[in-house]
Design a protein around this ligand. Sequence first.
Ligand code: SAM
Length: 385
Amino acid sequence: MKKCQFTGIIVRVFADSGRAADENPGWGSRDRGLLYVLREQRPETAEATEAFRRTGLFDVMKLIDDYNRVIDYVRISVTDRCNLRCRYCVDGDFPFIPHTEVLSYEEIIRFVRICASLGVRKVRLTGGEPLTRKDLPHLLKEIGAIEGITDISLTTNGVLLADHLEELKEAGLKRINISLDTLRKDRFAWITCIDAFDRVIDGIKKASYAGLNPIKINTVIIKDFNDDEILDFVRIARKWDHEIRFIEFMPFGDMSLWKSTEIITSREIEEIIRREFELVPSLRPGKGPAKVFDIVGGSGRIGFISPVSSHICAECNRIRLTSRGMIRPCLFSDVEYDVKALMRSGKSDEEVKEFIRGVVKVKPERKLEMGAIRKCQRSLRNIGG
Ligand code: SAM
C-alpha cells in the first residue's frame, strides 16, 4: 500500500502490472493507472478500462480509511420519525427534527450517487421507521438505478409492511430486515407502547409469501424482558425458515432503558441455544458483522451481532447518513459531519466527494474509548439503526 502524494488516496501497487495497450506503449499499465488516479477519472474506453483493471489500481477509486478499511456500505436514515415508541429507543430530549432539516430524496440520491462514484456498492435504508416516510418505494427505485449500487435493502419494524409490499417489490427491493423483540403480544405492546403485534406478524408472513426470502428478523435481547424467549425465537427460525439475528443491547440514548446490567452477550445467548440445539457455522455466512449458524436438523439460521462484547471494528465497512444530513463514520462515536450544509450551500459534486473522503479518513479505529464503550448521547432513532 502506498499513499498517492497528490490525492492522498491509498494506492495498492501490484508488482505484476501488465502493459497498457493504447497510446503510450512505452508505459507500464501501472503508470497509466496512476494517471487516471491523479486526474481522478475513470478510463473512458473499454480497452483502457481493461488495462486499468489489470493494474489493480481500480481500487484507488474506493473510499479507504487510515486503517486500510474499504468503505463500500452506507446506511441511510430517511426519517427520525417512528410509529413505535420502544422503551429502549425513545428519547425525550430529542424531539422530531423539523421537516426542512430532514434530507430531501433529491439530496439523498445525490449523496448516494457521489458515494457510488467512490466505490460504495451497498445501501440500507433505515430510520426512525422508513415506511412512515411518504413514497419510500420511489427512493428505493432511484437508488437502485444508480450506477455501481448493487445491493439495496431495508430495515423496518414491519408495522406498515403489509400495506407497502407490492410497491416495495416493484421498486426492486429484494431483501429485508424486520425488527421483532418478542413473540408475545402483551410484551410487544409494553416494550413498543403500541398494540401492533398482529400487524408485524402479518407483515413478516406476507413478505415471505412475496419472496423476500430469507427474511432476517432482528431481535434485541434484554435481561428480564425477553431472555426467556431465546429458544422460542430459535423454534420460529426453524418453523418459518428465517434468520433470527440476536443483537446485543447497545448503549444509546440518554433517556432510554439501557443499563450495562441488562446486556446479555452473544456468547451467553449462544450457550442457552446450544443446550437444546446444535449449531454449525452457516454455509451461507453473509458478509456483515453477524456470526451466522445453521441449525442442525432443521431449516432457518441464527445470527449473532455482538457490537458490545466483541471487536468487530477491524472489519467495519460502513458509514451512516443521519436524517439530519450528518455523516456518522462510527456508530459508537457522537462525532458527525454536516454534509447537508455543504450540499445546500451549492458545493459541486467534486467538493462533496472530497468532504466524504476526508470524513472517511477520520473514521475512528475502534469504538472503545479509554477501554470501555461509553453511552452515546442519542438514540438509534436519531442516528439510524
Ligand atoms: N424502525 C426500524 C426498525 O425497527 O427496524 C429501523 C430503525 S430501528 C432504530 C433499527 C434497529 O435498532 C431495531 O432493530 C432496534 O431494535 C435496534 N435498536 C434500537 N436501539 C437499540 C439499542 N439500544 N441496542 C440494540 N439495538 C437497538
